[in-house]
Design a binder for this molecule. Structure first.
Ligand code: FAD
Length: 368
């Protein structure tokens, strides 16, 4: 059993922010620490640096991402707006890890996190079972993102569809839909971006559950109010929602372009899926070759199941990035911190909370 003070799971924006703040406040990667050091380790399931950015679709350019907040202490290098985010950002993350010698261990997947038993001989710790063996940590900072949990709602008849279903997670390029009829489901940023893109080569039909609320401007006050709403939801143990979902849809340049070209035409959600298309609430039929589900992602938390933190509503009770029911656990990049700026702050705040914890102070009061 390897012992560590802080185990960080995931090396996306959130995990690297936590690692940076640990390093800058005197923690050393466990792989090169002496006995007296405060230690941390970052485990990441990917083959390479970049978190989810390395998997985004190629047409998500630096000029069309939603705004990337730099990781703490090192600016994103200037990039052409047409450069693909999946090329620029993983390189930036790789440089970042190297620059600050964060010593991320990969590919290492954490399968479960549980409380230690007397047999583990590390009673006050959390035990992470991983691909490379167990770690016993005083604190776990969970930063596992959402990319690995694409959300597909169920609609009757879904299994009978003869065309192609795909989630935006598997989208590569509009060219593969040239000349086809594509039903796009979803009201978020991805749905509208891909609608604008795909409608240039295919016939698109856009459906959403509710009429999107369009905003011409998004003030700081609107954003703060949205963050506060999401914060309150996760405090109550309701499923986390992204801030973007609460703010309403900003009329971004691609939205305006789609409007100008007359393709931003919203229809209500279909009621069932048939072999060759979808049935609308008024009984009419819309043919489809492809159904593209731009229906979002859920937090990747399956490995935390042994801690039994799920509420009956399906969330985990979290306040200020810390589990209310398991104070040794932090969840960052979760709920209100599910953005590059939110993930940065949550990484810092988790480290500050750990430094404030009397348990850690006690450990280091004892000479090694
Ligand atoms: P990730 O980048 O997903 O990193 C999580 C890491 O954890 C991954 O490397 C993963 O492999 C690893 N991991 C997962 N499970 C395990 C496990 N069990 N064991 C070990 N490792 C594990 N936000 C913005 O602010 N601006 C944008 O422009 C923007 N664009 C977006 C576009 C899309 C299409 C999507 C889906 C989201 C976008 N977001 C954007 C939100 C974005 O997801 C966050 O801002 C941020 O990049 C997420 O960082 P993260 O560290 O939480 O997650």
């Amino acid at each position: 059993m390897r012992l560590v003070d802080v185990l960080v799971i995931g090396a996306g924006q959130a995990g690297l922010s936590a690692a940076y703040h640990l390093q800058h406040r005197g923690f050393t990667p466990a792989t090169r620490a002496g006995r007296a050091d405060r230690t941390f380790i970052v485990l990441d399931a990917e083959q390479a640096p970049g978190g989810a950015w390395q998997h985004r679709w190629p047409s998500l350019k630096m000029g069309t991402v939603n705004g990337i907040h730099q990781l703490p202490g090192f600016a994103v290098p200037p990039a052409h707006p047409d450069a693909s985010s999946r090329d620029v950002l993983p390189d930036y993350f790789a440089d970042y890890e190297e620059r600050f010698a964060l010593d991320v261990q990969r590919p290492v997947r954490v399968h479960t996190v549980r409380g230690a038993t007397p047999q583990d001989g590390a009673e006050t710790r959390l035990i992470a079972e991983t691909d490379s063996g167990p770690w016993a940590a005083r604190y776990v900072i969970n930063a596992t993102g959402t990319w690995t949990r694409p959300f597909w709602p169920y609609y009757p008849g879904m299994e009978n569809f003869r065309g192609r279903h795909l989630h935006v997670r598997d989208y590569v390029s509009a060219d593969e839909f040239a000349g086809q009829r594509v039903v796009i489901v979803g009201a978020g940023v991805s749905a509208t971006q891909l609608l604008e893109e795909i409608s240039r080569v295919a016939d698109t039909f856009w459906v959403t559950r509710t009429e999107p609320e369009w905003l011409d401007d998004l003030s700081d006050a609107d954003l703060s109010a949205a963050v506060a709403r999401v914060e309150e939801r996760v405090r109550q143990g309701l499923p986390a929602q992204s801030v973007v979902r609460v703010t309403g849809m900003y009329r971004a340049p691609w939205v305006r372009r789609a409007e100008e070209r007359g393709v931003l035409v919203r229809h209500p959600m279909f009621t069932r899926i048939e072999e060759r298309g979808v049935r609308m609430p008024d009984g009419s039929f819309e043919p489809a070759d492809v159904i593209l589900w731009a229906t979002g992602f859920r937090a990747e938390l399956a490995h935390l199941a042994p801690l039994e933190l799920r509420t009956p509503q399906g969330g985990i009770r979290v306040a200020n990035g810390r589990s209310l029911d398991e104070p040794r656990l932090f969840l960052i990049g979760y709920g209100p911190s599910q953005s590059t700026v939110g993930a940065n702050r949550a990484g810092r705040d988790a480290v500050l909370a750990i430094l404030d914890d009397p348990a850690l102070a006690e450990k280091h009061a004892i000479p090694a």
